[in-house]
Design a protein around this ligand. Structure first.
Ligand code: FAD
Ligand code: NAP
Ligand code: SF4
Length: 674
């Protein structure tokens, strides 16, 4: 059997999990409105069908004070049972197990009723919390127990108590947010009193034969967090209070250390789970940036964890476990940790989905049915848009020929994967390759399509996914030899030690990171180097696990990153990842200038004006990252020739605001409709 440890059963005494894969809690936005529960049920059904051992739902608040957002999902009355039973029934019908996460947001709530241990506002909510009184604490404990009991009545196999990421219970646990002087503040025994009371009362309410998971913060990554010894003390007390499993939480939401974005090395924090496992008897769950069955297997095989939690990887591929168990891991649509369609959506208050799997949380809307009328299709362009269209169309039974002028599939993803910290993007191309093979797509690489080629074959329909051309702004001197486009740079053109980057969108930031990478340093970045760069001490000797001495390295190049508009550079980057890119560049001394007018390029560099003042940036190389324009010169000829019906998708349809999320989604939606 492949992955024998990962796929082995776990006996919890009163119940068994069929394997060690836990789908971690992930808020999709469907949880918050009861009329979305049928769609949410189908979302979970697909994951249960895909073989995951235990599903943990998105966070459900125990009361109004605990809402993350106004009118968030709740389970605090018998009237909610009907909706929740839709979820548990769907999972059980597929032979799965499901636990409901109880999440009290505390001061992270974005509404006026917020409460916490002390009245200290968080940097990520504008609402100052009210410090809970003793009576308020007792009401909160009762609310947890009531919600857990209702979850049991709704058919859940267990609950997870969210105690990490800086939510309410974590706020009580740490001095950072707990300044109380009563029996809930001061020593760690007092600070953990609420968490322990919650577990004890939940256990009393639900009995012994019910899974109770506690998600414990193993490293807070904020000043005023806990030390390792305190965390172990809490874990042992939780165990004594009756938890079945301990899940791992890493870092508070307000921490300035990235914990799950793509540049975080895989399993970067897993050593902490391994250490905790030595200190307790209950099974422990590893989490954060674990996205392949190989990695999950090795963590368990080496004794680093009993189970592995994967939230986003199960969003990206509901069949993760089935594919692993059938030795088809090369067919897994791997989560690339981009956060673009999941967490970034959630933070914009939109429904979560997945960049590489646009069906995620839209299972009832985007359906790939076998076609009754197979067509002969030509797809021109094997970038993300064309690949997505070709694979979905072929999976439905259409005959697909896919062309690309390049010798490899992938379009701009071949450039994206060269950016330090974006190595995961190669996984998407590996996935698409497996799908092209599986569904028998006729792939013709090194073939530049023109109108004559299309006319010479009899296609029923043609899909143009020809992408974009980099924009070349009309600056005097732009044709000089020391001006390069981002494409030249990422393909290896020599670049000087001083550089001006024109354009500070996603690509301007990425290219700056590429240029800062020291030649000879390995990629992907090894874990220890990454931890040192972000000041993380996995020993958690200091409160919160932030090392005392900051790691400083001399930058490889001096870079000026420029944009014409006024305002912060990188404002358009993803909510959950943009700050990481900005912090990386600032740390390496990149000068960011806004409100720039480009006047002239000459051998000495680039002449700009800001606020009416002209200046020369004396640089050896100028790199243009000034956005893109659609490449669609084939479209008018096809329209004029009156040939087969055609469609235009991805960058070829619209270059502005283009990203891979839109490109892949458009390809899939079109192919689902043909
Ligand atoms: P493309 O990827 O441009 O593909 C078009 C394909 O068509 C190419 O392979 C081309 O060779 C082929 N083609 C063109 N004309 C012809 C012809 N006549 N005959 C045959 N073939 C033809 N997006 C994100 O969402 N997140 C990111 O983090 C991200 N990072 C990026 C980093 C970099 C450095 C770059 C360059 C891009 C990044 N992107 C990112 C953008 C993302 O890659 C694009 O949005 C996406 O590739 C667009 O897909 P597409 O299929 O429309 O076009
Ligand atoms: P972009 O985000 O549109 O940025 C283009 C930049 O060029 C802007 O800074 C723009 O700012 C400048 N610009 C535009 N026209 C110009 C002109 N005529 N002269 C000089 N400057 C000009 O595009 P991109 O950086 O090329 O990225 C393409 C797409 O890939 C983006 O939509 C992005 O979503 C995606 N991407 C995403 C990520 C990610 O991490 N999520 C990373 C890379 C790429 P001013 O007009 O103010 O100068
Ligand atoms: Fe993973 Fe990106 Fe999909 Fe989120 S959107 S699940 S991070 S691939």
């Amino acid at each position: 059997m492949p992955y024998p440890q990962l796929l082995s059963e776990l006996d919890l005494g009163f119940t068994k999990l069929k394997n060690r894969v836990v789908m971690g809690s992930m808020h999709t936005g469907l949880e918050d409105r009861f009329w979305h529960y049928p769609a949410l049920a189908e979302y979970y059904r697909e994951r249960a069908k895909g073989g995951v051992g235990l599903i943990i739902t998105g966070g459900i608040s125990p009361n109004r004070e605990g809402w993350l957002l106004p009118f968030g999902g709740t389970l605090n009355s018998v009237f909610d049972l009907r909706n929740h039973r839709k979820l548990t029934r769907a999972v059980h019908e597929e032979g799965g197990k499901i636990a409901m996460q109880i999440l009290h947001a505390g001061r992270y709530g974005y509404h006026p009723f917020v409460v916490s241990a002390s009245a200290i506002r968080s940097p990520i909510s504008k609402f100052t919390p009210r410090a809970l009184t003793r009576a308020g604490i007792e009401r909160t404990v009762r609310a947890y127990a009531r919600t857990a009991r209702l979850a049991q009545r709704a058919g859940y196999d267990g609950i997870e108590i969210m105690g990490s990421e800086g939510y309410l219970l974590n706020q009580f646990l740490c001095r950072r947010t707990n300044h109380r002087t009563d029996e809930y503040g001061g020593s760690i025994e007092n600070r953990m009193r609420l968490a322990i009371d919650v577990v004890r009362r939940v256990r009393e309410a639900c009995g012994e034969r019910f899974i109770v998971i506690y998600r414990l913060s193993l490293i807070d990554l904020v000043e005023g967090g806990n030390t390792w010894d305190e965390t172990v003390q809490v874990a042992r007390a939780l165990e004594a209070a009756g938890v079945t499993l301990i899940n791992t939480g890493i870092g508070w939401h307000e921490a300035r250390v990235p914990t799950i974005v793509t540049s975080v090395p895989r399993a970067a924090f897993a050593p902490l789970t391994a250490r905790l496992r030595e200190a307790v008897h209950v099974p422990v769950i590893a989490s954060n940036r674990i996205n392949t069955p190989e990695l999950a297997e090795s963590l368990i095989a080496q004794g680093g964890a009993d189970l592995v939690s994967m939230a986003r990887p199960l969003l990206a591929d509901p069949q993760f476990v089935v594919k692993a168990s059938e030795d088809r891991a090369d067919e897994i649509n791997t989560c690339i940790a981009c956060n673009q369609a999941c967490l970034d959506h959630t933070f914009r208050n939109e429904r979560a989905s997945c960049l590489v799997n646009p069906r995620a949380a839209r299972e009832t809307e985007l359906v790939y049915r076998t076609t009754q009328r197979p067509l002969s299709l030509a797809v021109v362009g094997a970038g993300p848009a064309g690949l997505s269209a070709a694979c979905v169309a072929a999976s439905r039974g259409h005959r697909v020929t896919l062309f690309d002028a390049a010798e490899t599939i992938g379009g701009q993803f071949n450039l994206a994967r060269r950016i330090p910290g974006k190595e995961e993007f190669a996984e998407t191309l590996r996935y698409f390759e497996s799908q092209l093979r599986k569904h028998g797509v006729d792939v013709r690489l090194g073939t530049r399509v023109d109108a004559a080629l299309l006319a010479s074959a009899r296609y029923d329909e043609v899909i143009f996914a020809t992408g974009i051309m980099p924009r070349r702004p009309a600056i005097p001197g732009i044709d000089s030899a020391h001006v390069l486009s981002y494409v030249d740079v990422l393909r290896g053109a020599p670049v000087g030690r001083t550089v001006a980057v024109i354009g500070a969108g996603g690509i301007g930031f990425d290219v700056s990171e590429f240029l800062l990478h020291r030649s000879g340093d390995p990629l992907p970045q090894p874990r220890d180097a990454w931890l040192a760069e972000w000041n993380v001490d996995l020993a958690v000797a200091e409160p919160g696990g932030l090392a005392r001495t900051r790691h400083e390295a001399a930058p490889e190049r001096r870079i000026w990153l420029l944009q014409r508009k006024k305002g912060k550079l990188g404002a358009g980057l993803g909510k959950t990842s943009g700050w990481v890119h900005r912090a990386t560049l600032v740390r390496q001394g990149v000068k960011m200038l806004d409100g720039v007018t480009y006047l002239e390029i000459a051998p000495r560099g680039l002449k700009i004006a800001r606020d009416g003042i002209e200046q020369w940036l004396d640089v050896e190389t100028i790199v243009v990252c000034a956005g893109q324009e659609s490449l669609r010169d084939l479209v008018p000829a096809s329209a004029a020739a009156g040939g087969p019906r055609f469609h235009v998708i991805g960058g070829a349809a619209l270059a502005s605001e283009l990203d891979a999320e839109r490109a892949i989604r458009e390809g899939a939606e079109l192919a689902a409709a043909l």
